[in-house]
Design a binder for this molecule. Structure first.
Ligand SMILES: Nc1ncnc2c1ncn2[C@@H]1O[C@H](COP(=O)(O)OP(=O)(O)OP(=O)(O)O)[C@@H](O)[C@H]1O
Length: 226
């Protein structure tokens, strides 16, 4: 099994306060992993550590071949190119169309050829069922559609790991299921996904490996067979 993430005896701090300690986890290529836990237990802090927004100061960690302990400011853009990050609030650029949102990311990561850019955009929009919506502006799309675009954006550079922090947090239950179907599809096509959520209905509907933050620890939840 190829490992895309491991943490060994790691602790996560916000300033001086300890959020999580003794973290020992690994995620292998192809897995779909949930990260659950009550508000304030450290899910976002954990995710931020993985994409270089919080430093790892104690313990060891490696993500998509980057050593988190030795991560320098200048490494962060390169780390993020190997990750796809999806947030609760979509974070699309509101002043341009979907196609231009996606082209912006590709150009920022060195893509130059117009035809290659167009082909890649069509490809990722197709993966999230939004191929006909590229000409629209974000405000012309529903919340679920905007999140599907954010997932397409995360796929642009063939990420080795997708980090989704409460991707259905702003969506109604039906739309959450639609977005989850997209995430399940891309996982079946080989993408590795770590998804923070407090939506237990999704966990029950789509059972998968689950990590839980509680009492300053992260541990794997053993799921009972139904
Ligand atoms: N920027 C910050 N500075 C200092 N403390 C912070 C900061 N952000 C979060 N914390 C603290 O770290 C702890 C974990 O917060 P975190 O946001 O990681 O939890 P969470 O599980 O993601 O919660 P939520 O579901 O509400 O986002 C909380 O006690 C919080 O008050």
């Amino acid at each position: 099994m190829q490992q895309v993430l491991y943490l060994k005896d790691a602790s996560i701090f916000q300033g001086d306060s300890l959020v999580l300690s003794d973290i020992n986890i690994e995620i292998n290529k192809g897995e779909f992993v949930y990260l659950i836990g009550k508000t304030g237990t450290g899910k976002s802090s954990f995710m931020k550590t993985l994409y270089g927004d919080l430093p790892l100061t104690k313990g060891e960690g490696e993500i998509v071949d980057f050593n988190l302990k030795a991560l320098k400011e200048k490494d962060i853009p390169f780390l993020r190119r190997k990750l796809g990050i999806v947030f609760q609030d979509f974070k699309l650029l509101t002043d341009r169309t979907i196609n231009d949102n996606l082209a912006f990311v590709l150009k920022a990561t060195g893509w130059k050829d117009k035809n290659d850019i167009k082909a890649r955009i069509d490809e990722v929009l197709d993966k999230v069922g939004m191929k006909t919506k590229g000409f629209k502006f974000p405000h012309e799309l529903s919340g679920g559609e905007q999140q599907r675009i954010a997932i397409a954006r995360a796929l642009l550079n063939n990420p080795e790991l997708i980090l989704a922090d409460e991707p259905t947090g702003n969506l109604d239950p039906q739309t959450s299921v639609e977005v989850m179907e997209v995430l399940q599809d891309i996982n079946k096509n080989g993408n590795t996904i770590l998804m923070a959520t407090h939506d237990y209905a999704l966990l029950l509907k789509y059972p998968s490996k689950t990590l839980k933050c509680d009492d300053n620890q992260i541990y794997e939840v053993v799921q009972r067979k139904q």
